[in-house]
Design a protein around this ligand. Structure first.
Ligand SMILES: [Zn+2]
Length: 459
């Protein structure tokens, strides 16, 4: 039986769906004003793994992951770029989809955009007002009164007093309590028309939290099975979602809350100010996308994930070991033989709160057997089990050659290429110089020009 660590219960619990054999799952998606970073990659891959495992377990899954396409940061960025919000968000939605495809992330069943669900949000705010939980503040915003909702703090496990003392909460204009949060932001003159909607409380736009409550109840119902997201969303975003949905509907919102851990870079918090901030695109310039996916799944989803080039190189070596066992194994799709001993161990690991490091350890056990004594049937089982995690679906030879190219470039080859590039630059053939630089980068070699000449390093 599947067990899931439920943040709400602070315990690993048996998973019992509301409707037999059906799972309804919602995950908070991206705010689309920039390229997705390594932290987003983890949310994407972790919940893709959960989605795949639920389906492999025979559930009929409805998976919703939203897109936040209206927000302060989006408005600010569009103004800076002097472009429309729609053009900006569509560009980054397209980029996000490209990143997802590269990482082998399946599209969710529904991908609602906040701007398409404003009527449902207004309906919900009206319900909250009717229930005496929402109030219109002096500045024209409509706020949520956290004191009016008894369960506030149950997800983060804190009382209102703890939260007031422990969290940095902006004291906004007209809020009755610093923890109150905005449901509807009144329109400002400086904002473009495309971010203004009419409402019974005047023109404005929705606050961030209300979109997830409105979209999840529209697409999954008032009460559903699993809600996921990054650990950073636990408070206040998910706490506020519970307050809104349960405050409006007077019934339990979600049965199981799942949160994935943070991504750290060289053991430090990833942040723009520390300069250790990587977009998925930057990562994929240096590393194979499947290696990056494998690297993410090698850690348990609740543990912190420490990003470093060394750890990803390590992941590459490990994945190479698995692909080596697949040399000569045909590519056709094969079903997992769930009666076989390795598959049973794999299943036990996955059913134990999606323990992917354990599940991958089983794959290495299969690979060592196959690498010692070729066994076509077992190799197929390895490929099929890898497929359950969205891995090992490429031609082994192709993967191994790709890996060898990047690793196998000798120092002499690299120096010869650098000399050719310098010659091209001297001849003012910058296109050729750039082509050589890019070719080296694709092989994992980064060039750094300085006054003293060109240095290189392995990416
Ligand atoms: Zn959300």
């Amino acid at each position: 039986m599947l067990k899931i660590y439920n943040t709400l219960a602070r315990d690993k619990q048996d998973f019992i769906p509301i409707e037999p054999n059906k799972v309804r799952m919602y995950v908070c998606g991206m705010t689309v004003y920039d390229y997705c970073h390594a932290g987003h990659a983890r949310v994407m891959v972790v919940f893709d793994m959960v989605y795949r495992w639920l389906k492999a377990s025979g559930y009929d899954v409805t998976f919703v992951r939203n897109i936040t396409d209206i927000d302060d940061k989006i408005i600010k960025r569009a103004a800076e770029n002097i472009e429309s919000i729609h053009v900006l968000t569509q560009r980054f939605i397209d980029a996000m989809h490209a990143d997802e495809r590269a990482l082998g992330v399946l599209p969710p069943d529904h991908e609602p955009r906040a701007t398409q669900y404003v009527p449902q949000m207004l309906e919900m705010i009206a319900l909250l007002e009717k229930n005496g939980i929402a109030y219109r503040a002096a500045d024209g915003d409509v706020n949520y009164a956290v004191r009016k909702f008894d369960g506030y703090g149950k997800l983060s496990g804190k009382s209102l007093e703890d939260l007031r003392a422990g969290e940095r909460v902006d004291v906004g204009d007209g809020k009755n309590d610093p923890l109150d949060f905005v449901l509807w932001k009144h329109a400002k003159d400086s904002e473009p028309a495309e971010v203004k909607w009419d409402s019974p409380w005047g023109a404005g736009r929705p606050g961030w939290h209300i979109e997830c409550s409105a979209m999840s109840s529209e697409l999954l119902g008032k009460h559903f099975d699993i809600h996921g997201g990054g650990a950073d969303l636990q408070f206040p975003h998910h706490e506020n979602e519970i307050a809104q949905s349960e405050g409006a509907h007077n019934c339990q919102f979600v049965n199981y809350w799942m949160h994935n851990g943070f991504v750290r870079v060289d053991n430090e918090k990833m942040s723009k100010s520390l300069g250790n901030f990587f977009t998925i695109r930057e990562v994929l310039q240096k590393f194979d996308a499947e290696v990056f996916r494998f690297f993410i799944l090698r850690a348990h989803y609740r543990s912190p994930l420490n990003y470093s080039d060394m750890h990803i190189d390590d992941a590459k070596t490990a994945l190479t070991r698995l692909y080596t066992a697949l040399k000569g194994a045909p590519l056709e799709a094969v079903q997992v033989d769930w009666q076989e001993a390795h598959a049973q161990r794999f299943k036990a690991a996955m059913d134990d709160d999606f323990n992917t490091p354990e599940a991958l350890a089983v794959l290495f056990d299969i690979a060592s057997v196959v690498n010692k004594t070729p066994d076509a049937k077992l190799a197929q089982q390895l490929r099929a089990l890898g497929g359950v995690l969205g891995l090992l679906q490429r031609d082994a030879q192709e993967f191994l050659q790709g890996g060898a190219q990047a690793e196998g470039m000798s120092e002499a080859d690299i120096l010869a290429q650098i000399a050719a590039r310098n010659a091209a630059k001297q001849a003012k053939n910058y296109a050729e110089a750039d082509r050589i630089r890019k070719e080296l980068l694709a092989a994992g070699i980064v060039l750094e020009d300085s006054a003293a000449g060109t240095n290189w390093r392995r990416a």
